[in-house]
Design a protein around this ligand. Structure first.
Ligand code: NAP
Length: 321
């Protein structure tokens, strides 16, 4: 059977690279569009056997280039997303609303078999967040342009390549105290990146369309429990300080001037809302792909480099005497 061509936007990120590895192993060809081939090309190339991957450098808003790419595609997967705005073009509206609008119109024009869009969990509820609103608007555009689209809404996604557990473990290591917001009570259902990419692969194989699917892990953990789990895994004791909101907002607005802010006011707004399945949509379990990986067990596999002693702190190096 002819290998199907999956056109992937945002394929160089955490979820994208895991997805590429799974798709090419299962005889799909992938075309990955990146803004910077020089920076990301070498690494992404190693995720697939030769002949299974094409990497194209393009301005993601250049419709002429996109049009050509869509001519050869069977399936389009959109993984492009940002956590903070930077500059004139990298706005939530542009990236989360206008870009999916352009892609889903092209998917319709070229009569693609599937359009899979990764959105985010909890966006219906988080009305005060510009990030969430832009994701909701993006989903609306997609449903208008390509009604058969599959929209996946994951809770927080973690793995050794994430920007969450790895960043938090670095901060716990370096800071004498750790700030928590809203008393650390916000709930999450963290999903391992590999479980999420299993859901995408399953949806392609079973041709699951015309749905919103909430993608969640098997446990519900509060923000405080997540931080405490990470502290235990790396053997660090830190005081968790509940940060008053007005003070957190001042810190966040100061951080917004950094090129990669650790916290923004919009993220603070988002953190006020639970990030758990709502019961109003399908979930990964209801479409036949329940997540099994447990947060502490998975992070334990890669957290040792944040512990004193690094790899020598693992059981592998323990003396048998
Ligand atoms: N990670 C999570 O916890 C989580 C949770 C819920 C939802 N999601 C959603 O899942 C999707 C993928 O997440 P991820 O963790 O894999 O993200 P990621 O690691 O940050 O990767 C996103 C990719 O998007 C591309 N990108 C970033 N900014 C862009 C811009 N301004 N214009 C065009 N392309 C841009 C980048 O590719 P190039 O640099 O190669 O162009 C990047 O590799 C996103 O939509 C995100 O919102 C993630």
């Amino acid at each position: 059977m002819k290998a199907k061509n999956c056109l992937i936007f945002g394929g160089t990120g955490q979820i994208g690279t895991s997805l590429i590895r799974k798709l090419v192993k299962n005889n799909y060809k992938v075309t990955v569009v990146t803004r910077n081939l020089h920076q990301k090309g070498n690494f992404v190339k190693t995720q697939a056997n030769a002949g299974y991957i094409d990497i194209v450098e393009a301005n993601p808003f250049d419709e002429e280039v996109l049009n050509k790419l869509f001519q050869k595609a069977d399936i389009c997967i959109n993984l492009v997303g940002i956590l903070y705005e930077s500059g004139k073009n990298n706005t939530f509206k542009n990236i989360h609303t206008n870009f999916p609008d352009v892609l889903s119109k092209l998917a319709n024009l070229h009569n693609l078999e599937q359009f899979i869009h990764v959105s985010a969990l909890g966006i219906d509820e988080a009305e005060t967040s510009v990030y969430a609103k832009s994701k909701v608007e993006g989903e609306k555009k997609i449903k208008e342009n390509f009604p058969r689209a599959l929209i996946l809404r994951p809770s927080i996604v973690y793995s050794v390549d994430d920007n969450f557990t790895t960043l938090f473990m670095t901060l716990i290591n370096r800071l004498p105290i750790f700030p928590i917001y809203y008393n650390g009570a916000t709930k999450f259902m963290p999903i391992h990146c590999s479980d999420l990419t299993d859901i995408i692969q399953h949806s392609i194989e079973k041709e699951i369309n015309s749905k919103i699917v909430q993608c969640v892990g098997p446990e519900t953990l509060t923000f405080k429990e997540l931080v405490q789990t990470l502290m235990n895994l790396i053997d660090k004791k830190r005081l968790l300080i509940p940060m008053p909101l007005f003070f957190a907002k001042i810190i966040a607005s100061a951080m917004e001037i950094l090129p990669k802010p650790l916290l923004t006011r919009d993220q603070l707004n988002l953190l006020n809302f639970d990030n758990i399945s709502s019961g109003s949509y399908d979930t990964n379990s209801s479409i036949g792909v329940p997540s099994k990986k447990l947060f502490s067990e998975e992070v334990k596999k890669y957290c040792y480099m944040w512990r004193d002693g690094g790899q020598f702190s693992t059981e592998r190096y323990e003396s048998s005497e």
